[in-house]
Design a protein around this ligand. Structure first.
Ligand SMILES: *Cc1c(COP(=O)(O)O)cnc(C)c1O
Length: 459
């Protein structure tokens, strides 16, 4: 089509009212939650871009599928339907349902890692890193250098630095039970990994006899980027591209709340029968019987339909375009974002936006609070609150980037919602000198961004 506007390829079938708290209510809420937006009630938020995880709208086909859910404890028909869809997509014979991606991570890492091991990954997502570290192992991020440069326009900034991977394996292969690649690279800006890079990683893993697992969170968005940016893929269907990606891996963890287009769920899939048996035994202990894994039969149906819908070309074109639309709008007003925009989110680059706030005062947290304060928009900090490394002397090493992520729920907000968000961001960016830094007054031992409490530092 020659028209400029990429329309939402759906019409709205059921609506949910949005709460509209005023400025005073938002200020009161901020004080109550100690400036941690995870503590807000959802009804205190106008546009919720905290995460795209499980927050999307399901289709009428998914809801219809849920009515077909078979709630049998063992051997549920819904499990076999789910397994067949996952098998068709991934080619992996062992499909273990879990209640979320992190449950798949915990089971996989419990069965594969011991203390002192290391897991290389382009960039570990926060739950992935925490689950690796919980086993006493080290989570090594080895994304290509361009992946840490917000301005670099490299088309595949999620790529693994294959030379670093080779060096890690050459030095200490017996400490590396598996290599992971996250598609798309969420913590690095939602940036894709190319098929060529996946092939290179596969080749290195083969040479050292180390299995390769995908963190397949946004495999369909990654497939779309391969289709539109990598030579030789323009005429291929997204599903075929996804199948080619999975064919290069020995297994995967998958949160169905992302490209499963579902509100809950996940799975662990693999080719190794013996490892799968051990994982199933642990699954029974903590999640549920292997044909439901902590999910209802109807959840398995919703995921099965979601996995078919997510590789639809019209859906993916709209999805990637609507994210780029927000980025282009705020970029045009001078707000820097990680370039090029990622698949599921726009990442505002805060270090250059708030140069007066040092990283020890969490500039990305400061900006996230400001977006809520002035416009009721909830984003999330991806910076030193989430990723600073504590040092023995009580100080911490700052995160490599200070980002505010605005994640776009799937099929949920319209273009006018996104236009409003752009206005709020532009307004906040126009008075940065009034934004204070923050200090942490309370924090838990891990995943502190969920529950840490903050106080503004008077300017
Ligand atoms: C969301 C996510 C996970 C964890 O999945 P949950 O379902 O939230 O447990 C793991 N890796 C990546 C890259 C993710 O985006």
């Amino acid at each position: 089509m020659h028209f400029q506007t990429t329309i939402e390829p759906f019409r709205i079938h059921s609506v949910e009212a949005i709460a509209l708290p005023d400025e005073n209510q938002r200020e009161t809420a901020l004080e109550r939650v100690h400036y941690n937006l995870f503590g807000l009630h959802a009804d205190e938020v106008i546009i919720d871009l905290l995460t795209d995880s499980g927050t999307g709208a399901m289709s009428s086909r998914q809801w219809a599928g849920m009515m077909l859910g078979d709630e049998s404890y063992a051997g549920s028909r819904s499990y076999y339907r789910f397994r067949d869809v996952v098998h068709d997509l991934t080619g992996m014979p062992h499909v273990i349902p879990t209640h979320q991606g992190r449950a798949a991570e915990r089971i996989l890492f419990t069965e594969t890692l011991t203390s002192g091991d290391v897991v290389p990954n382009n960039t570990h997502f926060d739950t992935t890193r925490a689950n690796v570290e919980y086993q006493g192992a080290g989570a090594l991020d080895i994304v290509i250098p361009e992946g840490l440069e917000p301005d670099s326009r490299h088309p595949f900034k999620g790529n693994v630095d294959v030379q670093q991977l080779e060096k890690i394996l050459a030095d200490d292969v017996h400490r590396v039970p598996l290599v992971m690649v996250t598609v798309t690279n969420n913590s690095g800006g939602g940036q894709p990994v190319s098929m060529a890079n996946l092939r290179e990683v596969r080749e290195v893993c083969d040479r050292y006899g180390v299995p390769l697992f995908l963190d397949a969170c946004r495999f369909a968005e990654n497939a779309w980027f391969i289709k539109t940016r990598e030579d030789g893929y323009l005429d291929r269907r997204p599903k075929e591209i996804a199948q080619e990606m999975f064919a290069l891996a020995d297994g995967c963890t998958f949160p169905a709340k992302k490209d499963g287009l579902a509100n809950i769920g996940g799975f662990l899939a693999m080719r190794d029968a013996r490892l799968a048996e051990r994982c199933r035994n642990l699954l029974i202990l903590t999640e549920g019987f292997p044909t439901y894994g902590g999910l209802a039969g109807y959840d398995l149906e919703a995921i099965a339909v979601g996995l078919e819908e997510v590789v639809d070309e019209h859906y993916l074109r709209y999805r990637i375009r609507s994210t780029a639309y927000l980025a282009e709008k705020i970029n045009a007003a001078g707000v820097p974002t990680v370039q090029p925009p990622g698949g599921h989110a726009v990442y505002i680059e805060v270090r250059s936006l708030l140069p007066h706030i040092p990283q020890t005062q969490y500039p990305a947290q400061a900006f996230v609070v400001e977006l809520y304060r002035i416009g009721g928009v909830r984003g999330v900090e991806i910076g030193s609150v989430m990723f600073a490394k504590p040092q023995p002397d009580g100080t911490e090493t700052a995160a490599p980037m200070e980002l505010v992520r605005l994640a776009i729920p799937r099929r949920t907000y319209t273009q006018s919602h996104i236009d409003y968000v752009a206005e709020v961001v532009i307004e906040a960016a126009s008075h940065t000198d009034e934004i204070p830094g923050y200090r942490i007054v309370r924090q838990p031992p891990w995943l502190r961004h969920f529950t840490a409490e903050f106080a503004p530092i008077p300017r």
